[in-house]
Design a protein around this ligand. Structure first.
Ligand SMILES: NC(=O)c1ccc[n+]([C@@H]2O[C@H](COP(=O)([O-])OP(=O)(O)OC[C@H]3O[C@@H](n4cnc5c(N)ncnc54)[C@H](OP(=O)(O)O)[C@@H]3O)[C@@H](O)[C@H]2O)c1
Length: 327
């Protein structure tokens, strides 16, 4: 039987005002699907790219990739989750900004007992991102010094703690003293205030002129060139986001000029397939949380109906840590 719920929908791309909180139908689960009652929903910068149309999606449509809750029903062929299971998810079909949703069951992972719903919604997408950045894209061994932009953000505060757990010295960029204090407390080895310091000069100073073997850059347009200038010869530029705008019109010659550099533009979607990889990465993340090496920082929570306020504050650089919506 089709049920009714409330969800945030997009009918056009634009500012936070296009996030429309409305009543929608929840169809019964088809083969391979499950119905999940969300207890918390994760807000990610990628949701802003979807809302503005930078990452095109079908309209009208749902928004949001990440959530946690309880399975209410499953369709034919679903065996890895059952009604009553506590689950979380962070990929695949848009539509997490909802109280109740029908979705592909393959996206669901069972939540360990010790992880609360709000923590799960605050950490799945961001934590699995740090997992692949640090363990797959450039496999950190310990003892490296790295540069990580927006170190007090949602992904950033997890990265600071994960780096500390690996014995890696993370130099983090932030835009305020308060953010600097938070990133430091989370384990950053050194902080650069990007609003008043020259990033490559400070990185050179902090590393005794050696610079870094890898830069993790989720800021994009504003930091692209500075990031390249922080790399050692043959270093790796990991451009994984565009919070300041997309990097465009790049001439490959710049990689030669700056020292035979490598560059990659990775996305989480290609790091959680096949499902066994999703399960292994999630297990690594859950283990770090269980061992208290990672403490998930929920900077702000908002009612689901106020998703626009969450987007406004995230885009304005006013937030730290992870943001969640509560249905
Ligand atoms: N490729 C992937 O697989 C993947 C997965 C997850 C996230 N990401 C990316 O990772 C980045 C962080 O995501 P998040 O959700 O955790 O967001 P976030 O870091 O909490 O928020 C973005 C931060 O970017 C910094 N920033 C610098 N210039 C900015 C500008 N002009 N406008 C807005 N923010 C600016 C701000 O920190 P300061 O004020 O301290 O500079 C801001 O707090 C995003 O780029 C996101 O797209 C990529």
């Amino acid at each position: 039987m089709t049920q009714k719920t409330h969800a945030v929908r997009l009918h056009r791309f634009g500012g936070p005002e296009v996030l429309s909180y409305e009543e929608v139908d929840v169809p019964p689960p088809g083969p391979g699907e499950a119905i999940v009652r969300n207890h918390a929903v994760g807000v990610n910068f990628i949701d802003i790219y979807v809302r503005t149309g930078l990452y095109p999606s079908p309209l009208p449509g749902g928004i949001g990739y990440e959530g946690s809750g309880v399975v209410e029903a499953v369709g034919a062929g679903v065996t890895h989750v059952r009604p009553g299971d506590r689950v979380a998810y962070c990929q695949g079909i848009l539509g997490a900004y909802a109280a109740l949703r029908t979705m592909p069951a393959a996206q669901l992972i069972k939540l360990p007992r010790g992880i609360a719903f709000d923590v799960a919604a605050a950490m799945m997408l961001k934590g699995l991102t740090v997992q692949y950045l640090f363990r797959q894209t450039y496999r950190l061994q310990g003892n490296e010094t790295i540069l990580f932009h927006a170190a007090a953000g949602g992904v950033g505060l997890i990265a600071c703690q994960w780096a500390r757990a690996l014995g890696v010295k993370l130099i983090g960029t932030v835009s305020s003293p308060d953010k600097a204090a938070r990133a430091k407390a989370a384990g950053a080895w050194a902080i650069i205030d990007s609003t008043r310091e020259n990033i490559p000069a400070r990185v050179a100073e902090l590393t005794g002129g050696a610079k870094v073997p890898v830069v993790y850059d989720g800021v994009g347009k504003d930091t692209w060139e500075a990031s390249l200038d922080c790399l050692q010869p043959r270093g790796l530029m990991v451009s994984f986001g565009n919070s300041s705008g997309a990097v465009t019109n790049v001439s490959l010659g710049i990689l030669a000029q700056k020292g035979s550099l490598f560059v990659t533009r990775p996305t989480l979607a290609t790091h959680v397939l096949p499902r066994s990889r999703f399960e292994e990465s999630s297990a690594e993340l859950f283990d770090l949380v269980d061992k208290k090496k990672l403490k998930i920082d929920i900077g702000s929570s908002y009612p689901l109906a106020e998703a626009a306020r969450a987007h406004t504050e995230l885009a304005a650089r006013k937030t730290t840590g992870s943001l969640i919506l509560l249905p």
